[in-house]
Write a protein that binds this ligand. Structure first.
Ligand code: SAM
Length: 335
């Protein structure tokens, strides 16, 4: 990044270098911790268009953002998503952008993985919560495990390195697969992160009943693997361990047990163009209103983004025991 590029620094001295953008709230899966069985999706006119998203991402990257993650909902169900990858990928030559990454459920990777590689996508995170056909269907409600496994293979064949699996562990639902999931990652040269379930939106179970802490997951893994704490840092919230005898890393995203707010370098843009300064708080700025009122005025947009640093909260206040105070589902926010 050139020295004279403006930077996004909040009141606590944290520099924002990472933006996650949810490009659709729709998904072909209905994961039990993420969505309700019956979801009402956003009307199309409320969604940012792909052109608006590309414009917004350019503004962030001209303000020093180095890493962009495209997520959702399921980003690969959005029509013409490949146009967006290409457009953002090209920002690497003219802005601070270094990495374009996506998070996906993997269901569409057979179709998209190869193209994504040439469009400039650097890294892929793939959600995988079970290796058991029947259980996978129960947890995702509509997903097919084989399709995701083929998607993982397609991503490897396309030449993606450091593919990472994400597994949300829930007591009594998939905590008996903690070791199997890590074994799968090791056998396929993948990394894996275990995620503590977050209280975002109403779902059909009580979050505190399924809560499984990262420490519990780690203790179980240590019965099967020799793990060593690593200082690997991918610029995200994961804490990593290396696995003896393998190239795989095991990560933990622990919003409850190991709060990571003091090193937060992230903001998010929701499906309808709301800049969210924290995953667990409602502090936000309506960027869609600015883009639609002043189309093509990138300086005005950049100023609004810079001003938003004044309201980035110190931290999220997740409380697993309480009914959700954050009513938006992860699919709108972008995981
Ligand atoms: N559809 C894509 C996928 O499945 O990865 C991207 C969107 S999804 C919302 C992104 C990530 O958020 C997934 O890894 C998912 O497991 C995670 N996630 C969703 N709801 C969550 C929750 N309430 N707590 C913790 N993680 C959650």
């Amino acid at each position: 990044m050139s020295d004279n590029q403006p930077q996004l620094i909040d009141r606590y001295g944290r520099q924002v270098t990472y933006v996650r953008v949810s490009i659709t709230d729709r998904c072909d899966f209905r994961c039990v911790y993420c969505m309700d069985e019956e979801m009402t999706f956003m009307p199309r006119e409320k969604l940012l268009t792909l052109e608006e998203i590309a414009f917004l991402v350019r503004a962030f990257c001209e303000l020093g953002v180095e890493k962009v993650r495209i997520t959702g909902g399921e980003p690969l169900v959005r029509r013409n998503v490949d146009w967006l990858f290409d457009k953002i990928g090209r920002l690497k030559s003219s802005t601070a952008l270094k990495e374009l990454n996506i998070t996906t459920n993997g269901s569409q990777l057979v179709k998209y993985a190869k193209g994504m590689k040439s469009e400039g996508v650097d890294r892929i995170n793939i959600s995988l919560d079970s290796l058991n056909l029947k259980r996978f269907k129960e947890l995702t409600r509509t997903g097919e495990l084989e399709q995701v496994l083929s998607g993982i293979e397609a991503a490897k064949q396309a030449g993606f390195k450091q593919i990472k699996l994400n597994a949300v562990i829930m007591k009594g639902r998939n905590d008996d697969e903690i070791i199997d999931l890590a074994q799968f990652a090791v056998e396929h040269n993948l990394d894996i992160s275990y995620i503590e379930e977050m209280p975002l939106g109403q779902v059909s179970h009580q979050r505190h009943e399924s809560y499984c802490s990262s420490d519990e997951v780690l203790a179980i893994l240590k019965t099967a693997f020799v793990l060593e704490a690593s200082d690997a840092n991918t610029g995200g919230p994961s804490r990593y361990y290396t696995v003896a005898g393998s190239k795989s890393k095991i990560g933990f995203i622990s919003p409850h047990s190991h709060n990571f707010c003091d090193t937060c370098n992230r903001v998010r843009v929701t499906t309808e163009g709301r800049l969210l300064l924290c995953l667990g708080q409602e502090h936000s700025v309506d960027l869609r209103a600015i883009i639609r009122q002043y189309p093509n005025d990138i300086e005005r947009l950049k100023q609004a983004i810079m001003d938003s640093m004044a309201i980035k909260p110190e931290g999220h206040d997740f409380n697993i025991q309480e009914q959700p105070v954050i009513f938006r589902h992860m699919s709108v926010t972008g995981g």
